[in-house]
Design a binder for this molecule. Structure first.
Ligand SMILES: [Zn+2]
Length: 190
């Protein structure tokens, strides 16, 4: 398994459906998603958001995609993506965001998956955890409370594995913590 995280920047063309260039006010949460497209890859996600969604006039996007080859970034982290907006929200959302628009306070990560059960490859989980660790450090978030599921905000079945198997979600957050400890040790040594 490859370990070093590489982020390929492939920014979407500016358009009102997937990259509206609205500002993020403050990043308070990292939101984890599945793509809902078994065996998909980042390249396909890029085409979906850059071309297909725009043609279909469908709102929706994400900041990062993760597949077995690594991480692709579609939108800069100071710009909003449309990934957790909804007509109706959960009580959890009301408690943590109040009336505020969740897309203006979150970064979206889409994890590509293997099947309709939402299982992820070990490589995708590893890259996803490394990416989340980097973002938690960048925005000073505690992974335990700062990493949430799309499900928590809207009750959408997303990411399916982390909704059906809470332990798998906890393990993901534990992996993020471990990556953060690891990189802190490295920084302190310099
Ligand atoms: Zn989602």
């Amino acid at each position: 398994m490859k370990s070093e995280l590489q982020i390929v920047e492939r920014f979407l063309p500016v358009n009102k459906y997937t990259r509206p260039q609205r500002s993020i006010e403050k990043v308070e949460y990292i939101v984890v998603h599945w793509t809902g497209n078994p065996k998909g890859v980042n390249e396909g996600l890029f085409t979906w958001f850059a071309v297909t969604s725009v043609e279909l006039e469908r709102y929706g996007s994400t900041h990062f995609g993760v597949d077995n080859s690594g991480v692709m970034q579609f939108i800069p982290v100071n710009e909003m993506a449309y990934h957790v907006g909804s007509r109706s929200y959960t009580p959890w959302k009301e408690e943590h965001f109040g009336n505020r628009y969740p897309n203006a306070h979150t970064i979206g990560i889409e994890l590509n998956h293997l099947d309709w059960s939402g299982n992820f490859s070990k490589q995708v989980l590893s890259y996803g955890a490394q990416l989340a660790a980097k973002l938690c450090q960048q925005f000073d978030l505690d992974p335990e409370t700062g990493i949430i599921r799309h499900f928590d905000v809207t009750r959408k079945d997303c990411p399916r594995l982390f909704v059906t198997d809470e332990q798998a979600f906890q393990q993901f957050k534990n992996d993020v913590k471990q990556h953060m400890r690891h990189s802190e040790r490295h920084c302190n040594g310099r």
